[in-house]
Design a protein around this ligand. Structure first.
Ligand SMILES: [Mg+2]
Length: 190
């Protein structure tokens, strides 16, 4: 089977990592409850930043976010390793800027993710992911962003949403813990 994964906030906990980093950089403590109550992907409003300031802040710390020690969600590496061992094809489809493609692949490999270079796509807008996903004829696709999953017509493709505070309105199968999915997929594949 062919499995497609978004990376940020699907396989790795990037937003919360950014939230912690912003607190250190800006010297401001913000309660984690406020983070968990956000109903949009962007986090800058918690720090009193405008959209423009937030975007500048995000871009100024991008390398630190992407290539240091952002936590991987528990069970994600193990699940993808297992799928890879069993002969399934794993694709990564990320809207990270194209110039971050090579370093992102390297970082993912260091975390233990099975990465085949020819099955890695990056640098597209959220709305363009749909074309790549359709062309790849995936069996499963996982993402956290409503703007992405809303564009996918389901057909044979099984779309699942990684649970986040900003996507609770999305009515799709929902992944809270990767370890749970392992069981669900194994059952379906048998
Ligand atoms: Mg994402």
């Amino acid at each position: 089977m062919r499995f497609g994964f978004d990376i940020d906030d699907t396989l790795i906990n990037l937003r919360e990592y950014a939230f912690q980093l912003y607190q250190r950089k800006l010297g401001r403590e913000v309660a984690i409850d406020l983070f968990h109550a956000l109903n949009r992907v962007e986090i800058h409003e918690l720090f009193g930043l405008s959209d423009k300031e937030g975007s500048d802040m995000w871009n100024s710390v991008l390398d630190e976010l992407y290539y240091t020690d952002c936590p991987v969600y528990p069970g994600a590496v193990e699940l993808l390793q297992q799928l890879d061992r069993e002969g399934h094809e794993i694709f990564y489809i990320t809207a990270r800027p194209a110039e971050h493609g090579e370093n992102t692949k390297t970082w993912l490999k260091h975390q233990g993710f099975p990465v085949h270079n020819e099955r890695f796509y990056c640098g597209m807008k959220d709305a363009e992911k749909v074309h790549i996903i359709e062309d790849l004829q995936l069996d499963y696709y996982f993402d956290d962003k409503p703007a992405v999953v809303d564009t996918l017509s389901h057909g044979l493709l099984k779309v699942m949403v990684k649970d986040q505070s900003y996507n609770r309105h999305v009515e799709l199968p929902r992944i809270k813990q990767w370890a749970d999915l392992q069981e669900l997929i194994q059952k379906e594949l048998k």
